[in-house]
Design a protein around this ligand. Structure first.
Ligand code: AMP
Length: 460
C-alpha cells in the first residue's frame, strides 16, 4: 500500500542547556527511522522570552519543513518522544517556563497543499497561536515565505510584517468585522479570552487582558462607551476617550484584536429614533436590585444588554471582568447563565493605585484635591473589614464603620453598605452574616466613583 505523504512545519525552541546542540540531535533523531525527511531548515534565531516567569534566559528558535508518511498524530508523538529523550519533562514543567527543547507541530499539508485540520486534546492543527508569534514566523519565513496562513489569509512574510507594524494587534472598526474575525479564529480552533471595556485603559484593564492572553489562545478587547448604560447624558459626554493610547497599551500586553463600534453597528436595524426600544433590553436579573440599581436607574439594564450583544459578536470561551464593578459581575454572570452558561465568567481582583484608590478611567477627571479625598473610600472599606476581622457580623454596624471611615467633607456618599456577596439582597441583610462585601459609591469633586471590598478575601 502506498501511504500518503504530508508536508509539515515544525517549530523548535529552547532556552536551557545548549539549544543548537539539542536542535541538531533532535533533527537527526527525527530522520533516523527513514520515514521523515527534512526538506528545509531555517537559521537559528535568538529571541527574547515571551510571558512566563521573569528573567528566564533568551530563547533560540528555528523551524523545519519535513515530508513524511507518518500521520500528524504519529509525527507529534515522535516529537514528544524526542523531547523526552533529550531531557524535557512535560508533566512537571512550569507554564511558559524554561525549556530544554520544545518541538511544536505548526501545520500539516496534504499532497494538494491543503491544511489538515485536527482539534483534539493534544493535537491542534493548524497551530492556533502561530499567527500571533513573531518568534515562530521569523524562522518560518525563511523556509516557507509564501505559505498562506489559515486564519488571516496572509502569507507568512505578510503576517510577519503586519506583526512588526502593529504589535500584532488587529484594529477593527465595527462589530460586523469583529464577528467575522472571531468566527475565523474559532474555526481555526482558537479559544478566545474577551475583555469588554469602555476604553481610556489603565493597569486595571491591562491586568484583565494579560490574564485573558495567558489563559486563552487569543485575547480580544472591545472599546465602546455604551450609551445604554449612562443614565446621565453629561456623564456620557465627559467620559474620557483615547483610542490611540488604548491601542498602544493593548499591543504591549499580547492583545490580538481590539474593536469599536456604534450603537447602530451593535443593533443594526433595531434602533427607533436612535434609541433601543425597551423590549430589546436584556433583563439584568435579581442582583441588579438596590445600590447601583437604585442610584443609577437603568444602568445595569444597559450593561446586561450590551454584554449580551458583545457575547453574540465575539462568542468568547471566557470573558474577564473586574471585581471593582461588583454588582456588574453578578449581572454579567446572570447574562451568561441565561445563555446556557457560556462564556465562562472570570472575575479578577481590583487593581489599586499605591494610595489605595481603585484604578478607574474616571480617575483621570479628578483634580489633586479630589484625588486626595478619594482615598477615603478605601479607608472606609478597610475600617469595615477590620471590624469584620475582629468578629463583627452585623451588617448595620459594619456599614456604620464603612460610612464613618469614608466620610470626608468633599466626599459626597451615595451609599456605603454591606451585602452577602453570595446571597444578594436589595436591602441590608439581617442576622449574623456568613460572608460580607462592603460597597461604596460617592461623588468626589464632581466625579462618581465606586469601590468595594470582600472582607474574607485578600483585601483587594
Ligand atoms: P470599564 O472600561 O470601566 O467598563 O471597565 C472594563 C472592565 O475593566 C470591567 O470589567 C471593570 O470591572 C474592569 N476594571 C476597571 N477598573 C478596574 C480595576 N481597577 N481593577 C480591575 N478591573 C478593573
Amino acid at each position: 500500500m502506498v501511504r500518503s505523504r504530508i508536508t509539515a512545519a515544525i517549530a523548535l525552541g529552547a532556552n536551557v542547556g545548549e539549544p543548537e546542540r539539542s536542535f541538531k540531535r533532535a533533527l537527526s533523531l527525527l530522520e533516523r527511522d527513514g520515514d521523515v525527511q527534512i526538506l528545509r531548515r531555517s537559521h537559528w534565531h535568538g529571541t527574547d522570552a515571551v510571558g512566563g516567569p521573569a528573567e528566564q534566559p533568551d530563547y533560540t528558535n528555528g523551524a523545519v519543513l519535513v515530508e513524511t508518511t507518518l500521520t500528524p498524530g504519529a509525527l507529534l508523538e515522535r516529537l514528544h518522544g524526542i523531547e523526552a529523550h533529550l531531557g524535557r519533562d512535560r508533566a512537571n514543567e512550569e507554564r511558559r517556563g524554561p525549556r530544554v527543547l520544545d518541538l511544536d507541530l505548526l501545520y500539516a499539508l496534504d499532497e494538494e497543499g491543503a491544511f489538515l485540520a485536527e482539534h483534539g486534546d493534544e493535537l491542534h492543527l493548524p497551530h492556533p497561536r502561530m499567527e500571533e508569534r513573531p518568534f515562530v514566523l521569523a524562522p518560518l519565513k525563511e523556509i516557507a515565505p509564501a505559505q498562506r496562513l489559515p486564519r488571516s489569509g496572509r502569507t507568512v512574510a505578510e503576517q510577519l510584517d503586519f506583526l512588526e507594524e502593529s504589535g500584532g494587534l488587529a484594529r477593527l472598526e465595527s462589530p460586523a468585522e469583529a464577528r467575522a474575525w472571531c468566527e475565523a479564529a474559532r474555526a481555526a480552533g482558537a479559544t478566545i479570552g474577551f475583555v469588554p471595556t469602555m476604553g481610556a485603559l489603565h493597569q486595571g484593564h491591562l491586568e484583565l487582558v494579560r490574564r485573558a492572553a495567558m489563559e486563552n489562545d487569543l485575547a480580544c478587547v472591545s472599546v465602546f462607551v455604551n450609551p445604554l448604560q449612562f443614565n446621565d447624558p453629561a456623564d456620557l459626554e465627559k467620559y474620557p476617550r483615547d483610542l490611540e493610547g488604548d491601542a498602544r497599551l493593548l499591543a504591549g500586553v499580547g492583545c490580538a484584536m481590539v474593536f469599536t463600534g456604534t450603537l447602530e453597528g451593535f443593533f443594526p436595524g433595531e434602533l427607533v429614533d436612535g434609541a433601543l426600544p425597551a423590549a430589546a433590553y436584556v433583563p439584568p436579573g435579581p442582583s441588579a436590585a438596590g445600590l447601583e440599581g437604585e442610584f443609577r436607574p437603568g444602568h445595569l439594564d444597559g450593561v446586561a444588554t450590551i454584554v449580551d450583544r458583545l457575547f453574540d459578536v465575539v462568542e468568547p470561551t471566557r470573558a474577564y471582568f473586574g471585581a471593582k464593578d461588583f454588582q456588574q459581575c453578578l449581572v454579567v454572570q446572570h447574562v451568561a447563565d441565561r445563555r446556557g452558561g457560556a462564556p465562562e465568567i472570570v472575575r479578577c481582583p481590583t487593581v489599586r493605585e499605591s494610595t489605595g484608590i481603585a484604578m478607574s478611567s474616571r480617575n483621570a477627571l479628578l483634580d489633586d484635591g479630589a484625588r486626595e479625598a478619594a482615598r477615603a473610600l478605601h479607608r472606609g472599606l478597610s475600617a469595615a473589614r477590620d471590624a469584620w476581622v475582629a468578629g463583627e457580623r452585623d451588617a448595620s454596624s459594619l456599614s456604620q464603620r464603612l460610612r464613618e471611615g469614608a466620610s470626608q467633607p468633599s466626599v459626597d456618599l451615595e451609599y456605603a453598605e454591606v451585602r452577602d456577596p453570595q446571597r444578594w439582597t436589595p436591602g441590608q441583610p439581617t442576622g449574623a452574616l456568613e460572608r460580607a462585601v462592603g460597597l461604596v459609591a460617592a461623588n468626589v469633586g464632581g466625579v462618581r466613583l465606586i469601590d468595594n471590598m470582600e472582607f474574607d478575601g485578600d483585601a483587594r
